[in-house]
Design a protein around this ligand. Sequence first.
Ligand SMILES: Nc1nc2c(ncn2[C@@H]2O[C@H](COP(=O)(O)OP(=O)(O)OP(=O)(O)O)[C@@H](O)[C@H]2O)c(=O)[nH]1
Ligand SMILES: [Mg+2]
Length: 404
Amino acid sequence: MLIGIVGKPSSGKSTFLNAACLTQYKTANYPFTTIKPNLGKSFVRTICACRELNIKDNPKNSICINQNRFIPVKLLDVAGLVPDAHLGKGMGNQFLSDLARADVLIHVIDISGSLDAEGQDIDEGARDPLDDIKFLEDEINFWFKDLIIKKDWGKFVRKIEQEKLSFVDLLHERLAGIGIQKEHILNAMNSINLDFEKLTKWNDDNIFDFARKLREISKPIIIAANKIDKHNGEQMLTELKRKYKGKIIPCSALAEYWLRKYAEDRIIEYLPGDTKFKIIQNEKLQKSELNALKNIEEKILKKYNSTGIQDIINYSVFNVLNQIVVYPVYDTNSFSDKDGNVLPDAHLVLKNTKLKKFVETKIHSDLAKNFIYGLDARSKMRLGEHYELKNNDIIKIVSAVKPK
Ligand SMILES: Nc1nc2c(ncn2[C@@H]2O[C@H](COP(=O)(O)OP(=O)(O)OP(=O)(O)O)[C@@H](O)[C@H]2O)c(=O)[nH]1
Ligand SMILES: [Mg+2]
């Protein structure tokens, strides 16, 4: 799973990545600080099954802190995007292909409205963040449209009609490079009123509408209203929420970055996504740092309940990508693997995935081939290959032979 971070220059994309992944990529208050994409490992946070079972676990593929399970996800921060990037403006379209593999996009906007369309400083509030939302969506939709059309749309659709070929299969082939699944195409076709029997009759608007729908389904965008710490942040957020009905999550990437940094140095106690922090080494903090922390507490945590960064990652994975957490185990009494590690792995998987498919893709293909049945570790009930996985399932797989 890959989460792409997009937005105009200087909106705070690299700061977001650094905050979410504790990386040290360069950030600066001038446009196009980032040119080559930056990759980082972050985590979704969920309440660990060890809490309900009241057991001590030994995680392997993830981390458990205070009964919170942190499961890794990849984040990619790319160069800033400016209006008309699809026509070659700014850094052009190169970075869009960097995003080809992203499953969901976090659009980092400057909620304080202090940057123009190209990311240059302007007076606070002078830019309407809604304009950023619109232009960025347009750019990504144009990118999709260009990929769908390539240069031979006319020839492409005539061939499909004359030879009665499958539009879904051929479009899927055409778009395979950007991670589009057949299901995405089918969903887009079902949710738009266009005649797929008469592709040769489509005009430019029809193609764009279809591209937009396919983009919405295959690369959904969540708005991260960043720099909420700025003094006009709250008011700008209220105004934006009045005008824009999509999901907006307020955040301060800078605040999260500092909280994680102090926590890493054991100066404060703080876990990503916490609603508060505790200072444990007061003597290591300068007065200005204490003030900054107080500001984070008063103006961000108390007001918004968190810095927003963890919420955005969780929302992307759990709500938008519909992932659930499943724990495979070997021993259904101790909830452990063969070596006695309790709840060793927590896997992210699409809600309602069938048990056998889960085994095949997340555990071992041999185990799937020789699958006999599964066992619900809590109830000890048998589960067939078509059992649809639910969040927090703890499952043992029984197979005919042991995988090598
Ligand atoms: N006040 C405040 N400033 C922030 C926040 N996040 C980022 N910044 C500042 O915004 C400026 C730009 O941040 P970057 O992370 O470099 O922005 P970017 O989107 O990666 O920019 P490009 O790589 O040039 O596209 C830096 O000066 C950051 O310190 C935030 O939450 N609050
Ligand atoms: Mg950057």
